[in-house]
Ligand binder design. Structure first.
Ligand SMILES: *Cc1c(COP(=O)(O)O)cnc(C)c1O
Ligand code: SF4
Length: 312
């Protein structure tokens, strides 16, 4: 076991980091907390257990997730998949065409799957694989919804391949794109025009955020982030509790603190600027929604989608 999850940034991030502490903390390796071996056999989210073909995760009945690449433009220090990101699927970190074909065969045989989610790593790191997967899946009639989860426009805005995006959005009926963004410093004169341009190609734009201690654990910061996203046509979709693994401990927040922030945000934001606060349950199946303080609930007990009771 070794820590293979190296520091990796882009020129754009390096420049932004000069003036943003949040960006430095999200991307710069910190030996005080990360000098711990990473267990590559770890499966905290049961993704390996629920993988019928290489790179495919079928955990939630009607939707399947295809991990097209384990490479990202940059490595986030709080990444929940750092047992795989940076390790690679092939020498480029991508899912091969043959494996994509196998995953598509599985999806075509499972008519209950009406939604395919491209994730990773970053699916935009594997443009030819993405085009190949979309081309094959466009012929599978029960797949009606396509979704792509990416951080590429936020990590390497000048490298986004608009021609590719234009092609894939036309191939399929409905294409959602969820952008991973955590702090208002990441929305700027470089990234905003890129997001607007992608939206105008025909993608329905969503965002996902991770609660991060010391970075966005603050009502004003998140209010600014969600307000700004909704103003540029990106609908905040999820804000996650940071998955707790040995190397991410410094980012993991107290859930009640998160609930307090969300409750305050709900009082101040439009419904379209307010995301679902979610925990991807560890060792269980469920992305469960966390209620705000407006409801009186027992906070430390959760039931997963299979009825298993968990203490948080
Ligand atoms: C998050 C996730 C999905 C999508 O879940 P939604 O709640 O619909 O966003 C699908 N598959 C896996 C494995 C996931 O982790
Ligand atoms: S972009 Fe996503 S998958 Fe890639 S390192 Fe960051 S959190 Fe992990």
């Amino acid at each position: 076991m070794e820590n293979h999850f190296q520091q990796k940034t882009t020129k754009y991030i390096e420049t932004l980091a000069l003036k943003s502490k949040a960006v430095r903390d999200m991307y710069f390796y910190n030996s005080d907390f990360e000098n711990i071996p990473i267990d590559v056999s770890r499966d905290v989210l049961l993704e390996k257990k629920n993988s019928p073909t290489k790179g495919l995760v079928h955990k939630f009945g009607n939707r399947a997730m295809m991990l097209l690449s384990y490479t990202c433009a940059a490595n986030c220090r709080f990444c929940e998949r750092q047992d795989r990101v940076g390790v690679g699927l092939d020498k480029f970190g991508h899912l091969s065409k043959k494996e994509i074909q196998k995953a598509v065969e599985y999806i075509s045989m499972h008519e209950e799957i009406n939604e395919v989610i491209f994730s990773g790593g970053d699916p935009l790191s594997n443009p030819s694989g993405l085009l190949f997967a979309c081309t094959l899946l466009s012929k599978v009639s029960h797949v009606k919804i396509f979704r792509l989860h990416t951080k590429f426009p936020i990590q390497a805005p000048s490298k986004v391949k608009f021609e590719l995006l234009k092609k894939i959005v036309k191939l399929v009926p409905v294409f959602y794109m969820s952008i991973h963004v955590n702090h208002p410093d990441e929305l700027n004169e470089f990234t905003i025009p890129v997001l607007s341009k992608i939206r105008k190609l025909g993608f329905i734009m969503l965002s996902q955020t991770v609660f991060l201690k010391g970075i966005n654990d603050n009502v004003d910061i998140l209010k600014q982030l969600f307000k700004q996203l909704s103003e540029i046509g990106v609908r905040p979709y999820y804000i996650y509790h940071c998955t707790s693994i040995p190397t991410t401990q410094r980012f993991v927040m107290d859930i009640q603190r998160e609930v307090d922030i969300m409750s305050s945000l709900r009082e101040q934001l439009s419904g379209i600027a307010f995301p679902n606060h979610t925990i991807d349950l560890m060792g269980a199946v469920g992305k469960v929604i966390v209620p705000t303080n407006h409801w009186e609930t027992v906070r430390n007990k959760v039931t997963d989608y299979n009825g298993m009771k968990i203490m948080l």
